[in-house]
Ligand binder design. Structure first.
Ligand code: FES
Length: 97
């Protein structure tokens, strides 16, 4: 389990469906989804193609690249690119419909 002061991972839930995975702080969310056997679309894996786009219903992520392929408005609306997004909290990720 993660410690409250210094967690190694958070919990990521996928909606719809409620599947949960360990979302490790030191790797992109997409890898954690795949390690948890979540079937999530991806292609470029570098934040440009938007194949992996989802929307955070809850929680926060950070990026290690300055401008992932999202507009400021999309980021404000909670859209994320899991291939380059790192979890900052427990989160719920909504599939694009
Ligand atoms: S897989 Fe291309 S932006 Fe995430």
């Amino acid at each position: 389990m993660s410690s409250a002061e210094n967690p190694l991972f958070f919990t990521a839930s996928v909606a719809p469906g409620g599947q949960q995975v360990d979302a490790w702080l030191n790797q992109p969310l997409l890898l954690s989804l795949e390690q948890g056997s979540v079937d999530w679309p991806s292609s470029c894996r570098n934040g440009t193609c938007r194949t992996c786009i989802g929307q955070l219903a809850q929680g926060q992520v950070r990026y290690e690249i300055d401008w992932p392929g999202l507009s400021a408005e999309e980021r404000f609306d909670g859209y994320v690119l899991p291939c380059v997004a790192y979890p900052c909290s427990d989160l719920t990720l909504q599939r694009e419909s």
